[in-house]
Design a protein around this ligand. Structure first.
Ligand SMILES: Cc1cc2nc3c(=O)[nH]c(=O)nc-3n(C[C@H](O)[C@H](O)[C@H](O)COP(=O)(O)O)c2cc1C
Length: 383
């Protein structure tokens, strides 16, 4: 099937699955434990119904959105994804450049397989930086100083990693550090020659921002200690707020009280996220957690949302339930996996076309004008 025959993100996912060795596909596609949260994220979006209103002139659709004083062409950007070059070589740079061309934000992960400097250059003003707070303060400070020097103005600190997620697929695939070429991995690579040859050309991906530090890592526990800290608390967040002069967002918020405390501490935004269902299996889908958070914040700071976005209408659903902006993770990643640069472009095109059609069908030509009155479960009198 050619890329132009891929009608949806689900089609691109299947195409990626056919081209990528299982261990690498699972690394991105999988979720925590039995993947209940991963599934629920997507299902919960489908449960949010919007009622179309007709006889509205929708000949001009406007998906433009402003957030943090910046104007973007669409209400979504690329979520931070670590080690994405293992999924498809050069995926990081491909997506950063695509986001620049489309004028949407690209969030460079601390754990990206490309340095934050190279990603800042590729995203060329559209880059935001995602920080994992390390157990070692000097590592954290080093990353912040580099992000500042590279010109990032928006930083999101990820709060939902007090421990690494337990991902059953990765355990079954025996993913390890340093990476081991077991006979099964070699077989999977042989069955996917294009992935294998392209990967060979680009070299083994690593967590590029920590390359020097991790050279001596002999276990996954070593890597975790460098990347994240279980002691990250409100006091640590206060110190980060004092340290970072740009916009500071907290990613991984699911509780209204946590959102409120972030606002009170002077943070500039929260990202309602469950890490794409990769951290816990028992948590709520983000689109379900959103209304209470929006109510608690009462418009004090912008709310971003991610986890489970697969359709253009999901951006509208998120806005109707109180989000200001959305991040797409796997949706765009599947595109790169399905066809490199052309695949990433196809994923972006599908999301944008679906969004435009959803707005037209809904009778709300400007995304900025979507409110909760679009929700089918709002009483008609509240229009
Ligand atoms: C393979 C993979 C790696 C990720 N790496 C990071 C990361 O380095 N930092 C981070 O804050 N979130 C990371 N996330 C979470 C994403 O930023 C985002 O929250 C999630 O992908 C959203 O869900 P979706 O993929 O269903 O859109 C990762 C997600 C995936 C799938």
């Amino acid at each position: 099937m050619g890329l132009d025959r891929a009608a949806s993100i689900a089609d691109l996912r299947l195409k990626a699955k056919r081209r990528i060795p299982r261990f690498a596909f699972d690394l991105v596609d999988g979720g925590a434990e039995a993947e209940v949260n991963l599934r629920r994220n997507e299902e919960a979006f489908e449960e949010v119904l919007l009622t179309p209103r007709y006889m509205v002139d929708v000949s001009r659709i406007d998906t433009g959105t402003e957030v943090f004083g910046e104007s973007f062409a669409a209400p979504f950007g690329m979520a931070p994804i670590g080690m994405l070059n293992a999924f498809w070589p050069d995926a990081d740079l491909t997506l950063a450049r695509l986001c620049k061309r489309q004028n949407v934000p690209y969030v460079a992960s601390s754990a990206a397989s490309t340095t934050l400097e190279a990603l800042a250059e590729a995203a060329d003003g559209n880059g935001w930086f995602q920080l994992y707070v390390s157990s070692d303060d000097t590592v954290t400070e080093g990353l912040i100083a580099r992000a500042e020097a590279a010109g990032y103005e928006v930083m999101m600190v990820t709060a939902d990693v007090p421990a690494a997620g337990k991902r059953d697929r990765d355990i079954r695939n025996q993913l390890s550090v340093p990476f081991r070429f077991t006979p099964e991995v070699v077989l999977q690579c042989a069955l996917n020659p294009r992935w294998a040859l392209t990967s060979l050309k680009h070299g083994t991906p690593n967590v590029a921002n920590y390359a020097d530090l991790l050279q001596s890592a002999t276990s996954y526990a070593d890597v975790q200690k460098t990347l994240i800290t279980p002691s990250f608390d409100w006091e640590s967040l206060r110190r980060l707020r004092d340290r970072w002069k740009g916009k500071l967002l907290v990613k991984g918020i699911l509780h209204p009280q946590d959102a409120l405390r972030c606002a009170e501490m002077g943070c500039d935004g929260v990202v309602v996220s469950n890490h794409g269902g990769r951290q816990v299996a028992f948590g709520p889908p983000t689109i379900e957690a959103l209304p209470a958070i929006a109510e608690a914040l009462g418009g004090r700071i912008p709310i971003l949302l991610d986890s489970g976005v697969r359709r253009g209408a999901d951006f509208v659903r998120a806005k109707a339930r109180g989000a200001d902006f959305v991040l797409a993770g796997r949706a765009l990643a599947y595109g790169v996996g399905a066809g490199g640069r052309a695949g990433a472009e196809r994923a972006m095109e599908i999301l944008l076309l679906e969004l435009q059609r959803a707005l037209g069908q809904l009778g709300v030509p400007r995304f900025a004008d979507v409110t909760r009155s679009a929700l089918s479960d709002m009483p008609a009198s509240q229009d």
